[in-house]
Design a protein around this ligand. Structure first.
Ligand code: IMP
Length: 423
């Protein structure tokens, strides 16, 4: 029995899906606890590319139960679409997919307001446009609609009226955008609710029971620690607790602790959307990494910004999520591109600092770099070259936790475990 969490240690898109998919082979439950269909976990199975947004990556393992915990914001329309796509590849049934009755629902109004703000406001976050932030806002404002509310149309209409009361003024007077009537929205959501009903249950009790039965749990984080609402680069963050704390509030953690928290981190850094990025590259090396790494967002298709690995941010991520080991992904992209730089510290407010902290103004830091020798590994065996070893040990020295996994390609088999996770 063991509980393991997989968490993005940067700004998301670190390749968590691939690692989750691998460890899910030994897990009994794979649990999502935050975010929604803003995530995009790409997994290549037998040359087929499967992109999961809302459904946990455990779904590709037939022995595993996939769980969507109550901390996730749930778009019923997007879910039904994704379910149909996933069903084309694997078996999905109410036995292997369980969704919390208590997830907050993303309604059409949340998507309308997300798009209107991004389109018309002077401060853009560069959201995925999936209505994530507005859905969390309503949840925190205590006017959220929970999945169980979709099952009773009268209750749903009452709750929708409460939820849209203020928004209608914004839609009509400020943004001047169209939106569905409450009756239309209630009809759509009620119908979807009935289709989703077989999958709904009390997931917290399910997780607790699995723990009592000594099962292996795998918590699947979405986005990354630097996008966390509290620990992230606010305001350019997502609206959930992407760090390990989200597990406790968004799913439940029987026993009170997670045994292993794996931070997934690319060998370099990428970011989509707006916000400061100290090691961002604006030159041909940045372009090369972007092209070679095929750095386009899995959810929105946007080009990802690329830069060198940033150790002050990685050290901060380790602290913010109590990471116990790292998985470094996409090492193959740095192979053969020449000498590499790694940011070991910042110059900030006249001082040199080697670890970020909540509230630091990253737009004002100057990254300080060390140059490391190029490596050109082909990654066909588990033996790695001297210079690749040096790159990895430079990271381990800084973060003071081991690199337990290295990944070097999109396919399932292109991953190497340097230690055992489940016994
Ligand atoms: P939202 O989550 O759609 O509200 O977007 C807020 C910020 O988080 C934007 O900068 C997005 O680009 C970013 N974001 C959200 N989900 C992901 C993800 O899965 N990977 C990378 N960035 C993401």
């Amino acid at each position: 029995m063991k509980s393991i969490a997989i968490i993005g240690a940067q700004w998301g898109d670190e390749g968590k899906g691939k690692v989750t998919d691998q460890l899910a082979g030994q897990a009994d439950l794979v649990i999502r606890y935050q975010g929604g269909n803003n995530a995009g976990h790409t997994i290549i199975v037998d040359t087929k590319k499967i992109v999961l947004h809302l459904i946990p990556s455990g779904i590709l393992n037939p022995k595993c139960v996939s769980v969507i915990g109550h901390g996730v914001v749930f778009d019923p329309t997007a879910f039904m679409k994704e379910l149909a796509e996933v069903k084309a590849h694997v078996n999905v049934s109410p036995e292997n997919l369980k969704i919390s009755l208590n997830c907050a629902v993303i309604t059409s109004y949340h998507k309308v307001i997300d798009a209107a703000r991004e389109g018309q406001s002077s401060v853009k976050i560069g959201t995925t446009g999936r209505g994530i932030g507005p859905a969390y806002e309503d949840k925190v404002a205590r006017r959220g609609i929970k999945l169980k509310d979709l099952l009773d149309k009268e209750v749903l209409i009452q709750k929708l009226k409460h939820q849209v009361q203020e928004k209608l003024h914004l839609f009509d007077s400020l943004y001047k955008v169209s939106y569905p009537s409450i009756e239309e929205e209630a009809t759509t959501l009620h119908k979807l609710g009935k289709e989703i009903e077989p999958y709904l249950c009390d997931t917290m009790s399910l997780i607790e029971k699995a723990h009592q039965q000594s099962k292996n749990l795998l918590y699947e984080g979405a986005q990354g620690i630097l996008l966390d609402i509290d620990y992230g680069t606010y305001p350019y963050v997502t609206s959930s607790s992407t760090a390990a704390g989200g597990i406790f509030t968004g799913a439940g953690c029987p026993g009170g602790k997670v045994d292993e928290i794996i931070g997934v981190c690319k060998a370099y850094t990428t970011r989509v959307g707006e916000g400061p990025f100290p090691t961002e590259l604006f030159d041909s090396t940045g372009e090369l990494i972007q092209k070679k790494g095929n750095e386009f967002g899995a959810t929105t298709g946007r080009k990802r910004r690329c830069g060198w690995l940033d150790l002050p941010l990685l050290k901060y991520a380790v602290k913010a999520s109590y990471l116990t080991s790292l998985c470094i992904t996409k090492l193959d992209i740095l192979s053969g591109i020449g000498d590499l730089k790694i940011c070991y510290a910042y110059e900030y407010e006249g001082k040199e600092i080697d670890c970020a902290y909540p509230g630091i103004d990253l737009s004002k830091v100057k990254p300080l770099y060390k140059t490391l020798k190029a490596f050109d590994d082909a990654f066909e065996t588990s033996n790695v070259s001297e210079y690749l070893n040096l790159y990895i040990s430079e990271i381990e020295k800084a973060v003071k936790i081991p690199v337990g996994i290295i990944a070097y390609g999109p396919e399932r088999k292109q991953i190497y475990f340097r230690r055992k996770y489940y016994n």
